[in-house]
Design a protein around this ligand. Structure first.
Ligand code: SIN
Length: 494
């Protein structure tokens, strides 16, 4: 495989954010030969059509799988150093195209523009980190009890990968999967969420514009993707499926993938507790709960969903949190001052609003001011007098609502935090070092933030336990998900 990135200038990448009338094709090598339908992409902020996007089906999925197999055969032969150079070039291209990518996410999913720029940095950080990690795909030499034998362990790419990515981080959840896959020597087909296809398409265009081979990273878009997913999961050439999304869909994909014995990574739902102990610096604790709860309008898998506050500081914490939430600016995603945009869909808005309505109907108290909102917007809300029976304490809300519950002691708080089938992220605020260790060890979660509401970084393992999924993304752990171990035993006098 010849890689042409070295001869490309770093400037003038040809990508555009969605505007009415814009038309995006999927990024599948050879697709020009195929007739593909279109679906309309609507802004969650205004409801207007903002672009038309390729609506792929079985024929395009087959073509993508053929390409991915061919791409894999040649990509796996490239050196990790060549792969690293391409990932680095892609990283620079993403940062150079930051405004276009950020605007695209603001338009597609309603992410406030400031946060969208932050997501571009976060997404690009996975490309940079795995560019460096590609050079560390070392194996092992094992000691042998036989004088005439040499024992080695190789780490080799699993093969073509099918990645199903969510709408809440349209760029970062792609790069967190694709970068380790490419670094390992796999080819990857991404099926982005139907709400956010354009960011994925632009990332693939940037990849090609820095010299990335078209068959190695492809994007297949569809309004109703079940047919594509079923086909690619049944295809024996696809050796791994990686999915970020809801727990019911993850379990469905896991069961389907058993027939072809695929490697699986599943990053599923969360229901994160935040425990605030009475030794907390209340203002600092409020700031971390704000960061964890209201980031992305509450639409992240690691967003705090339940806030447990020790009784002695409950009232003063609740008052300050409500003040901070009342100060949040709700508005159009492209306005610089906006902190909370619309939720992504009618279904998303209805679920979050129904959690508020259900809690209020069962006796919860709203601590924040009422605001006039319409469309897919939900007023950021803090609720007190919440009980464990309310829906908001049982299900992931994925919206800007913070329910507060008082607790008396450490054991009670840990038991409440763990009383859920989910186990993605949990948080606590304390100045007591012993408690910080005790509680973080006792929480049944894949990620714990101690006095830290925003722990995600590219070098750390991200993922959950129990119904929150299997496998880890990020860091040196994340690349193992794309590698098989091969043991080679060599008899010297053979
Ligand atoms: C997610 O919501 O799954 C991603 C959040 C993160 O990377 O911090």
């Amino acid at each position: 495989m010849s890689l042409s990135h070295a001869s490309r200038p770093a400037a003038h990448f040809m990508i555009e954010a969605p505007t009415p009338g814009a038309d995006y094709t999927a990024v599948i090598a050879g697709l020009e030969a195929e007739a593909v339908g279109r679906y309309s992409l609507r802004s969650p902020a205004s409801g207007e059509v903002i672009a038309s996007v390729a609506d792929c089906g079985a024929a395009q999925a087959r073509l993508a799988a053929d390409n991915a197999q061919r791409g894999f055969e040649s990509w796996r032969q490239t050196t990790p150093f060549a792969r690293a150079a391409l990932l680095k070039a892609w990283h620079s291209a993403m940062l150079e195209a930051k405004e276009v990518l950020a605007l695209t996410m603001a338009r597609e999913m309603g992410k406030p523009i400031g946060e969208a720029r932050g997501e571009v940095d976060y997404a690009a950080s996975f490309l940079e980190w795995y560019a460096e990690q590609a050079k560390r795909l070392d194996g092992d030499i094992l000691p042998s009890q036989h004088p005439d034998k040499r024992l080695a362990v190789l780490r080799q790419p699993v093969g073509p990968v099918f990645a199903i990515t969510p709408w809440n981080f349209p760029a970062a959840m792609i790069t967190r999967k694709v970068a380790p896959g490419l670094a390992a020597g796999c080819s990857v087909i991404v099926k982005p969420a139907e709400q956010t296809p354009v960011t994925a398409i632009l990332l693939a265009r940037l990849w090609q514009q820095v010299g990335g081979p078209a068959e190695v990273f492809q994007v297949i878009t569809a309004e109703r993707p079940a047919e594509i997913s079923d086909l690619l999961i049944a295809d024996t050439r696809i050796r791994k499926v990686t999915f970020t999304g809801s727990t019911p869909v993850g379990k469905h994909l896991y069961a389907k993938s058993a027939a072809t014995m695929k490697r699986m990574s599943l990053e599923l739902g969360g229901h994160a507790p935040f425990l605030v102990f009475d030794d907390a610096d209340i203002d600092a604790a409020v700031a971390e709960v704000m960061a964890s709860k209201f980031r992305n309008g509450g639409q992240t898998c690691v967003c705090t969903n339940r806030v447990y506050v020790q009784r002695g500081i409950f009232d003063s914490f609740a008052k300050r949190l409500a003040q901070a939430v009342d100060a949040l600016s709700v508005g159009q995603p492209e306005e610089e001052t906006t902190q909370i945009g619309p939720l992504v869909s009618q279904a998303g808005r209805d679920k979050a609003q129904s959690h508020i309505d259900d809690a209020l109907a069962q006796g919860a108290r709203r601590l924040t001011a009422a605001r006039e909102v319409d469309g897919f917007f939900v007023a950021p809300t803090v609720l007190a007098d919440v009980t464990e029976e309310m829906r908001i304490m049982q299900e992931e809300t994925f919206g800007p609502v913070a329910p507060l519950v008082a607790f008396d002691d450490e054991a009670q708080a840990v038991a409440a935090a763990n009383a859920t089938p989910f186990g993605l992220a949990a948080y606590l605020w304390t100045r007591n070092l012993g408690r910080a260790h005790r509680v973080s060890e006792a929480l049944d979660y894949g990620i714990v933030g101690v006095n830290d509401g925003a722990p995600s970084v590219p070098q750390a393992p991200f993922g959950g336990v129990k119904d929150s999924g299997i496998g880890r993304e990020g860091g040196r752990y994340g690349i193992d998900e794309y590698l098989d171990l091969k043991f080679v035993s060599t008899r010297l006098d053979g």
